[in-house]
Ligand binder design. Structure first.
Ligand SMILES: NC(=O)c1ccc[n+]([C@@H]2O[C@H](COP(=O)([O-])OP(=O)(O)OC[C@H]3O[C@@H](n4cnc5c(N)ncnc54)[C@H](O)[C@@H]3O)[C@@H](O)[C@H]2O)c1
Length: 425
């Protein structure tokens, strides 16, 4: 059992902290936001994540999990300190390391000799050295341990990962960090820091590439009269390709892919390589938002001016409340800018996000569909499949549906008299 301090109790820090406590470690989760810590201490989760509340309750009850704003008491006796702070996009597309630098600098005098500082935030190549420079503590090892969990299945992913990557010049420290995960039974890959940092960006860039690739193929399917669902099946049975991450949609988004792909382009540029392939992937993604807006415009009769659009879903994916860089937000913003009135229903959204005050947030799918000229399915919430097309038909102005997630049963909606448009079919 190790004593762990987690700095930054967000999507990654909170999920990781709760899971480490579940694995039997003593965990102190720290955040600068007093309100977040107060809520956690009352059992109120700041994020929607399957199984998180139960795991937090288990940790608090067992005494292995504590939440606080007091970094000093969390860090002073810690064997391992995980940095899980944001690394947002900087002005030139590179990752902004200021949160990491501030955390390392302020924690430095508090850390005991022989402890290990772990970078779990997604950071560019060379950041392990940046942390070492900020710490100015040769007696403290710095390790890179990128996180691969997906929002929506963060707990499952953390406890059943495909692999653990640990990068350090200090082999003893790398092995000690790998040992924290012993109970999850995943392969532990020990590398140098640059390789560990590269693995994380290369993984996210590759996943974004798969999605942009299948969205591009979906566009071709529409042009040649093929059905993307059959094409994906035919591709996926090839073991070299596989079925995962080959689902067409409104484009990728979320808190990681947009910033990480841009950061990877910048990392490549700094290394003297023009990553044209990844730039293309980003361009295809931006085009995909536009393609979905065009589908909605066409369904509305060629103009969005004064048209009423019902948006189904706002989060960047189902099973999370995360709106950061959500494709749905990008599409809704473009619809509003083109003169449409947009009403949205999302199971996790109760108020319009900042900057989207014109968006009407409704409390049910049917309320959002009232008087709609077009319905746009933007997030793949499973509940949306259960709604009856006939019930929806009773409240809309016109029976048009653009299913940007290929989520619904097309034949059912066609039977109810809707003009149905999916992606790539
Ligand atoms: N969200 C994901 O799915 C995911 C997956 C893998 C990796 N990552 C990476 O993990 C990192 C964190 O992402 P996130 O989504 O958890 O971010 P987040 O914004 O949800 O959480 C970060 C937390 O850190 C806190 N914080 C900032 N500075 C602090 C400080 N000095 N001391 C204590 N707390 C501080 C913030 O208040 C916030 O609660 C990023 O680098 C991200 O790229 C995210």
């Amino acid at each position: 059992m190790a004593q762990i301090a987690v700095i930054g109790t967000g999507y990654v820090g909170l999920s990781s902290g709760a899971c480490f406590a579940h694995l039997g470690h003593r965990v102190f989760c720290v955040d600068v936001l007093q309100e977040k810590i107060d809520d956690l201490n009352k059992g109120i989760m700041p994020i929607v994540e399957t199984g998180l509340k139960e795991l937090v309750a288990e940790g608090v009850t067992s005494g292995l999990l504590t939440f606080s704003t007091d970094a000093a008491s969390a860090v002073v006796n810690a064997d391992v300190i995980f940095l899980c702070v944001p690394t947002p996009e900087g002005a030139d597309g590179s990752a902004d390391l200021s949160y990491i630098q501030i955390a390392a600098k302020t924690l430095s005098p508090l850390i005991r000799s022989g402890a290990i500082v772990v970078n779990k935030s997604t950071v560019p190549v060379g950041s392990t050295k940046v942390v070492e420079r900020e710490l100015k503590r040769p007696d403290v090892a710095v390790v890179s341990n990128p996180e691969f969990l997906r929002e929506g299945s963060a707990i499952q992913d953390f406890l059943h990962p495909d692999r653990i990557v640990v990068g350090s010049d200090n082999l003893e420290a790398a092995i000690a960090v790998g040992a924290l995960y012993e109970k999850v039974g995943a392969p532990v890959l020990v590398t140098d820091p640059a390789s560990a940092e590269t693995i994380k960006y290369a993984a996210n860039a590759f996943l974004a590439t798969k999605i942009s690739y299948i969205n591009a193929v979906a566009a071709i399917c529409e042009g040649v009269g093929a059905d993307i669902n059959d094409v994906v099946l035919g591709l996926g049975y090839d073991k070299r390709i596989g079925h995962e991450f080959l689902r067409p949609g409104p484009g990728w988004g979320g808190s990681c892919f947009p910033k990480d792909t841009k950061a990877m382009v910048k990392i490549a540029e700094d290394a003297g390589y023009d990553f044209g392939l990844l730039k293309g992937v980003i361009t295809v993604n931006d085009q995909q938002y536009g393609r979905i807006v065009e589908k909605i415009r066409n369904a509305a009769g060629g103009s969005l001016e004064g048209k009423v659009i019902a948006a189904w879903g706002l989060t960047f994916k189902a099973l999370t409340d995360d709106l950061r860089d959500s494709p749905a937000i990008e599409i809704v913003s473009r619809l509003i800018a083109a003169g449409a009135e947009v009403a949205v229903f999302d199971p996790t959204v109760v108020v319009a996000p900042k900057g989207l005050e014109k968006l009407k947030v409704m409390s049910s799918l049917i309320a959002a569909c009232n008087g709609a000229d077009v319905i746009a399915v933007l997030t793949e919430w499973d509940d949306f499949r259960q709604i009856s097309p006939n019930e929806v038909a009773d409240v809309v102005s016109a029976k048009n549906i653009v299913d940007a997630r290929n989520l619904l049963d097309r034949s059912e909606w066609l039977r109810a008299g809707f003009e149905y448009q999916g992606v790539g079919r």
